[in-house]
Structure formats: structure tokens, C-alpha cells
Design a protein. Structure first.
Length: 252
């Protein structure tokens, strides 16, 4: 799946050149914002991620930069989805952001992927000015990444910090929206009364978040950019898998 990046969109904004990308899920999302006075030209590309990301990310970034007639040194910052998410995807995004930033001598802006999910969900509701959301991302291994956010007075604030839980452990206060990519896999195990919005940490959401984060001083030198890992352990040993199967009554 690929968005029509050859036909840029025009939106009002400050003149800022930003490159953003997220590879934390099975979707690779790239967006490039070129500032032109009071208007901004937005170039986008969305495609399958996963194993293809490592070979496709840099060529697609270069293609969008050529379409925008920008050099990497023209960028104000390089923005990437820092996690949580796919271990390999996060490493890929961080490495590419660092490499491009080093070469161009521009700062890097790491952005929480769950915050990007929250922003994408807010945007889907019509750019709501007051919004409360529980962001959810599939962590595999029968678990979810989740964090709570609220948007008011033009700014996001975080409630409960990011955590790794089983679907049944998700609390719900009766008013929050649930947003993320988990409903096909875990929908039956989540609170049934909540409003659900399917949303990913898109690169365009990263671009919308970037101005406030840059103004708050969240950008860092390339060498200080790091992924956010919530799960320290991404795989079980052979012995642990045997034990787990034995406890579940499954023959190894």
C-alpha cells in the first residue's frame, strides 16, 4: 500500500523542513514536510514494513527528498518513532535517523510511538480539541504496549506511563477512547463498551507532534538518539519454551 506521494498536500504552517518516519509496526510510514513561507508541502509514502524495511526505507526517503528538491542539510530535524514497538523496526529507524543526521549535521527528534498513535486517533476524529485516549500497540507474545494521554488547550499530557500488559489487564474508566492496532488480534479480550479507533503511529502524526516537541527542547544530537525498549526480553530460550509448553500441558 502506498500513498500518492507524487501529489503533495498543502497545509498552513510555519516554514520548517522535517523528515519523519516510523517502522515500529508492520507498516513503514514516511513523511516529508517542506516549508514554503506560509504553506507547507507534504510528501508521503506508506508501504509494508517488517522484513522489507531495511532495504526499502532509505531508497524511499531519498525518493521523497528528490521530489521535494531538498538536501538532508536543508532539514531542521529528522523525526523517528522511537518506540515501543518491533525490536528490529526500532533499531532500523534509529540507525537510519542517526546516519542521516550525522551526515547532514542536523538534530534528531525521537517521538514515542504510543503518543503518535494517540495523535493519529485524535486527527481521525476531526482534529478534536479535547480528547482522552488509551493508546495500544501489539507487542506480540500475547501482550500489549499501552499508555494514556489527554489533549487539551492545544497540548498533549501523559497519564499512566507506558507499560506492557496482557489484554485482560487493561483498565477502562468508562470514558476514554481505545486506539491502536490490536483489535483484530485482541478485541474480544478488551473492554467491550469503549469506543475503538484503529490507528498506527504514522509519520504524518510525528510531523504534527514535532513543532511542540522541538520547542520544548526534545531534539538531541544524532549520537544521543536511542530507541525506547519496554520489553527487555524479546524471545524465550529453548529451555523456557519447553517449560512453558509443559506447564500448558503441551508436548515439547
Amino acid at each position: 500500500m502506498s500513498s500518492p506521494s507524487a501529489r503533495p498536500q498543502h497545509v498552513a504552517s510555519r516554514s520548517t523542513n522535517l523528515l519523519a518516519f516510523d517502522t515500529s509496526t508492520d507498516t513503514m510510514s514516511i513523511a516529508l514536510q517542506r516549508g514554503t513561507g506560509k504553506a507547507v508541502t507534504l510528501f508521503q509514502h506508506t508501504a509494508a514494513g517488517g522484513a522489507q524495511t531495511s532495504t526499502h526505507l532509505i531508497p524511499e526517503i531519498q525518493r521523497l527528498m528528490a521530489l521535494a528538491q531538498l538536501h538532508f542539510a536543508d532539514l531542521n530535524a529528522i523525526v523517528f518513532g522511537a518506540g515501543p514497538g518491533s525490536f528490529t523496526g526500532l533499531r532500523t529507524a534509529c540507525s537510519v535517523a542517526q546516519g542521516l543526521a550525522f551526515g547532514a549535521a542536523v538534530p534528531v527528534l525521537p517521538v514515542d510511538t504510543l503518543l503518535a498513535v494517540a495523535e493519529e486517533a485524535r486527527w481521525q476524529t476531526g482534529n478534536a480539541q479535547t480528547f482522552a485516549v488509551t493508546a495500544l500497540l501489539d507487542a506480540r507474545m500475547d501482550e500489549l504496549y499501552t499508555a494514556d494521554y489527554s489533549f487539551d488547550l492545544g497540548a498533549w499530557t501523559q497519564g499512566k506511563s507506558c507499560r506492557l500488559i496482557k489484554p485482560e489487564q487493561l483498565g477502562w474508566n468508562g470514558s476514554d477512547v481505545l486506539a491502536g492496532n490490536v483489535f483484530d488480534s485482541y478485541g474480544a479480550r478488551l473492554p467491550g463498551q469503549a469506543t475503538r479507533i484503529t490507528a498506527l503511529p504514522t509519520a504524518t502524526a510525528l510531523l504534527r507532534l514535532a513543532p511542540a516537541l522541538l520547542a520544548a527542547g526534545a531534539a538531541v544530537p544524532a549520537e544521543q538518539a536511542l530507541p525506547t525498549y519496554i520489553r527487555d526480553k524479546v524471545a524465550q530460550t529453548t529451555q523456557e519454551r519447553v517449560i512453558a509448553k509443559a506447564l500448558a500441558g503441551v508436548a515439547p
